[in-house]
Design a protein around this ligand. Sequence first.
Ligand SMILES: [Zn+2]
Length: 193
Amino acid sequence: MIKLNRPACPYPAALENGNYKHPRNKEALKNASFDKCMYCESKISHIDFAHVEHIKPKADGKFPELEFDWDNLGYACPKCNNAKSDKYYAECPYINPYRDDPDEHFFAAGTFLFIKNGSESADLTIRDIKLNRPELLEVRFTRINEIQKTLNACHRCTSPVLKQLLLDELESEASEDKEFSFFVKAILAAHAA
Ligand SMILES: [Zn+2]
C-alpha cells in the first residue's frame, strides 16, 4: 500500500444525484491510485472490473450518509473489496491510504507485508483484507524476481553506460505508478544499505 492523494471530485452532481460510480468520478479515482487497487497495489486491467470502494461501509445502515461522500470513495480490486466487505471498526479503522501514511504502518520483507510499530490498524487491515493472500504472494514473487535479475545484472555490469541504464530502469520500477511498488522499493532499499 502506498500513500495516495485525493483529487477534487470532477463531477459532484453525480454524487448529489445518488450515483457513486459515475464513469467520470470513477476515472478520477482510478487515476489517483495509478490504475491500481488502493489496498493491494494490483493493477486493475479493465475499469469495469474495478470496484468503487466505500472506505466506511454503506451496507447494513452503517454509514448511509457517506454512500455519496467523495472522501469516502476509493478504487479497489474485487478481491480486496470482497474481503473487506462491510466490516469496519470505529476503534481500529483500516489503514486508509488517502488519510494515513502506509509507510508508518507497514513494511515489506520479500513478498510479505508486515505491521510496523505495533500498528493494530495495520494488523486488522492485513488480516481482514487478506493482504498476504496466496495469489498476492505469487504475483509479488514474480515481480521481485524480475527486479532481482536486474539488480544482479547491475552488479555484474562492467560498462558504466549500461549500468546507468539498469539503475534508471530499477528506479522507474519503484515509481508509484508501478505494480507492487511498495515491495520493489523495499528490495532496492535492502540492496542500497
Ligand atoms: Zn486489491
